[in-house]
Design a protein around this ligand. Structure first.
Ligand SMILES: *Cc1c(COP(=O)(O)O)cnc(C)c1O
Length: 356
């Protein structure tokens, strides 16, 4: 058996066993450079400032915001789930003026509404793959129509899972996370920043740790590779290895594997009478949202009990609904190393056994 749910790629596990180099050891710097090259390949960008922030995906979000938004700057934020909401919170803490553009949970954002929300925002920010709803927001038309605004995109659940073109789609700032479609444990936030965004950095970021202008030389090799903070060496090894596995398989092939698994899962659920939650033209393959089949829960069991049975009896973890759809939907991730057709077959079979 190859990797199953919960078991990352063997190459990634092996990476954690490597001897831990010093963070300024030339051998480590070379490995970091290669990791950044690999990130540029999966992000589809030539941005020199491309590297993994030393913290989880949310720190990637915070880092992109605190470097370009200061007090009074206008940011248009698309909100149709938890992570768009989190962007508003982060932007507000920067002192920015937040213009919210909303869509109902389960529905995609309207690109025209985002572009028309303000005549001259400094930033337009959107979540590409809303993990809380399973909805894909179209970002290409926003990049095409952004004008002088910087375009900031949350790619935490899209990088590696669905087509994403940072340069061709005009994305200026993007961040991701290791534990979603990249199939690496949580702990790093890959980010990429366009030269135009670098030119628009705030004079002095309120965050010391996430100030890109202090990290840039270390990343790009311009100037001296001097100490800023200690890189989490073993996590960088793991990301390097995970990106190696991904690129060996091929970026398009990995996206195709996610597409096939998502389609098989969603078709399997519909065939069983389940009702999918996300708008049908904007469904993510890597995150399937489905209404809890309340009339088919076993006697005396709630939806959380079914999820516990899946985990305890079959080793499959699925997510519950968040916020307004808590208790109403399930969220089934099929991403990274877990995006295998046999995992879909196992889940559908398990649901057949558990549900009435
Ligand atoms: C998971 C996720 C995040 C947050 O990442 P953490 O690693 O949990 O900090 C942000 N945005 C989206 C879309 C996510 O799915």
């Amino acid at each position: 058996m190859g990797p199953g749910p919960g078991n990352p790629y063997p190459e990634v596990i092996a990476a954690f066993g490597r001897p831990v180099l010093g963070h300024l050891d030339p051998e480590f710097i070379a490995l970091l450079d290669e990791t950044n090259d690999r990130l540029r390949e999966v992000f589809r960008t030539a941005n020199p400032l491309t590297f993994p922030v030393s913290a989880t995906g949310s720190a990637g979000m915070e880092a992109t915001f605190v470097n370009v938004l200061g007090p009074g700057d206008v940011v248009v934020v698309g909100v149709n789930g938890v992570f768009g909401e989190r962007m508003c919170d982060v932007a507000t803490r920067c002192g920015a003026e937040v213009v919210r553009v909303e869509a109902d949970w389960g529905q995609p954002l309207e690109p025209g509404s985002l572009l028309g929300a303000h005549p001259s925002p400094k930033v337009i920010a959107v979540v590409h793959a809303e993990t809380s709803t399973g909805v894909r927001n179209d970002i290409e038309p926003i990049g095409a129509g952004k004008g002088t605004a910087l375009f900031l995109v949350d790619c935490v659940t899209s990088l590696g899972g669905i087509p994403l073109e940072i340069d061709a789609w005009g994305v200026d700032l993007a961040y991701s996370g290791t534990q979603k479609c990249l199939g690496v444990p949580p702990g790093l936030a890959p980010v990429t920043v366009s030269p135009a965004a670098v030119d628009a950095f705030v004079e002095r970021s309120p965050s010391w740790y996430l100030d890109f202008s202090m990290i840039a030389d270390y990343v790009t090799g311009g100037g001296v590779r001097a100490y800023h903070h200690t890189a989490p060496i073993s996590m960088v090894y793991a990301l390097h290895a995970g990106l190696g596995v991904l690129l060996d398989e091929g970026l398009e092939q990995v996206q195709e594997r996610h597409r096939r698994c998502g389609e098989r899962l969603q078709e399997g659920l519909v065939k069983r009478g389940f009702e999918l939650f996300a708008h049908e033209d904007h469904r993510l393959p890597e995150l399937t949202s489905v209404y809890v089949p309340k009339d088919r829960l076993p006697d005396g069991l709630g939806e959380a009990d079914v999820r516990n049975r899946l985990l305890g009896g079959y080793g499959i973890e699925i997510g519950g609904g968040l916020g307004p759809v808590s208790g109403e939907i399930w969220r089934i991730g099929c991403m990274g190393h877990t995006a295998r057709e046999r995992n879909v077959t196992l889940l559908l079979g398990a649901l057949d056994e558990i549900l009435r």
